[in-house]
Ligand binder design. Structure first.
Ligand SMILES: *Cc1c(COP(=O)(O)O)cnc(C)c1O
Length: 385
């Protein structure tokens, strides 16, 4: 298909005269693609990747050091392949906060929920199969679909960024995908779905195939409502995925997990790499889980700050999408990228996700949010001048 110039010749992709990816025998579908990632710029206020702005408290840092020291003594051995202690504690956390009793057999953990999603697509997607998401949504779902050779279907979302249930049900019936992604609260819009929506899509997916429905609840701790975790009861094809990257303030840890019927956990074990979760990761996550209440206290602060951002942005006359997450989508801008740059020039980095007319800001500390609000207040003045 492609007629690449010979390696190293002028006109090769990348800088002229250099040997690049496309000169290698890489898979055709990877040619001309760029890696996923937000721009990482060093500016005073970084509100672009939905991180928790609060560093882990010092007592937890000490506890991590203790547990990691203990784990280090056994590093000559492979880690617990089944991460039994960690999965047991995650099940206890979900049971307590999700109002639904779970055990070790219902929970699986991996290096970030991105790896959880990759394992799900390795087990349930693949060549000749498709997955659907309702966009704009988390772009990694489509990217991981691509890297696992799963066809990607971009399903519809309503004008107000909620899932238009009849349109979504029709898309599932038409395409009969093997995997259905529902992100709630949704990234980048902040929109949550209710139980009725999940049930309607689940029923449609079962009638069409049956298919696996993945409810990505990465931000659910920030939600005004409850987790929809109890819906997995009696629905073996429904999976809830979670992460310690956002509410637990541990994006650097790389720990994601899922809750589902035990058969789903058996299925992902067929594709996971042996010893995928290091002893250091398991020890660190266990330490963090010992401090759940403190960490969830920070979540309460962030929810209040998120609500303040929504109110203040609306007060300034912006159109703001209701948010159940730790970020806020706002607009409209004729030229979102120019507005993004204008705010960046004032030392505040937010995110342009490519949603027409909209930008996204992560809730930071009160002073970070003040800096952001000062910048957009000036932007409004400028626009009205
Ligand atoms: C941030 C995010 C994740 C988390 O990914 P990790 O690999 O756990 O850091 C998952 N899903 C959505 C929708 C997200 O925005």
């Amino acid at each position: 298909m492609s007629s690449s110039p010979p390696p190293g010749s002028p006109g090769s992709p990348g800088s002229p005269g250099t040997f690049g990816i496309d000169d290698l025998p890489v898979r055709d579908e990877l040619r001309g693609k760029s890696p996923y990632g937000a721009p990482q710029l060093t500016v005073p206020v970084q509100l672009n990747v939905n991180e928790n702005p609060y560093p882990l408290p010092e007592v937890l840092v000490e506890r991590i050091a203790e547990r990691v020291r203990e784990a280090a003594r056994g590093l000559n051995r492979y880690p617990d392949r089944d991460a039994v202690e960690l999965r047991t504690q995650l099940a206890a956390y979900l049971t307590r906060t999700g109002k639904h009793p779970l055990t070790l057999a219902n929970v699986w953990a991996a290096n970030g929920s991105n790896e959880v999603i990759q394992q799900l697509l390795q087990a349930f997607g693949g060549p000749g199969r498709t997955a659907i998401g309702f966009e704009p949504s988390y772009s990694m779902h489509g990217l991981i679909a691509r890297s696992t050779n799963t066809g990607w279907i971009s399903g519809p979302r309503g004008e107000d960024f909620t899932i238009d249930v009849p349109a979504a049900v029709a898309a599932i019936a038409a395409h009969r995908p093997e995997v259905v992604f529902i992100t709630s609260p949704n990234n980048p819009t902040g929109t949550a779905v209710d139980a009725e929506t999940v049930l309607a899509l689940y029923e449609a997916a079962q009638a069409a195939k049956p298919s696996l429905v993945v409810l990505d609840e990465a931000y659910v701790e920030f939600s005004h409502g409850d987790s929809l975790l109890p819906l997995i009861e009696g629905r073996p094809n429904l999976v809830v995925s979670r992460t310690m990257s956002k509410a637990f303030g541990a994006a650097g840890l790389r720990l994601g997990y899922l809750a589902a019927h035990p058969a789903v956990i058996d299925a992902v074990q067929l594709v996971r790499l042996p010893y995928h979760l290091s002893a250091i990761t398991q020890a660190t996550a266990l330490a963090a889980l010992e401090h759940t209440d403190t960490l969830l206290g920070y979540v309460e602060n962030l929810k209040a700050e998120r609500d303040r951002l929504v109110a203040e942005l609306r007060g300034l006359g912006f159109e703001v999408t209701d948010s159940d997450a730790n970020f806020v989508q706002f607009g409209r801008f004729e030229d979102p990228h120019a507005a993004w740059q204008w705010i960046l020039d004032r030392g505040v980095l937010i995110r342009d996700n490519g949603v027409p007319g909209r930008l996204r800001v992560t809730a930071g500390t009160p002073s970070e949010n003040d800096a952001f609000l000062d910048a957009v207040r000036d932007l409004k003045k400028e626009q009205n001048a």
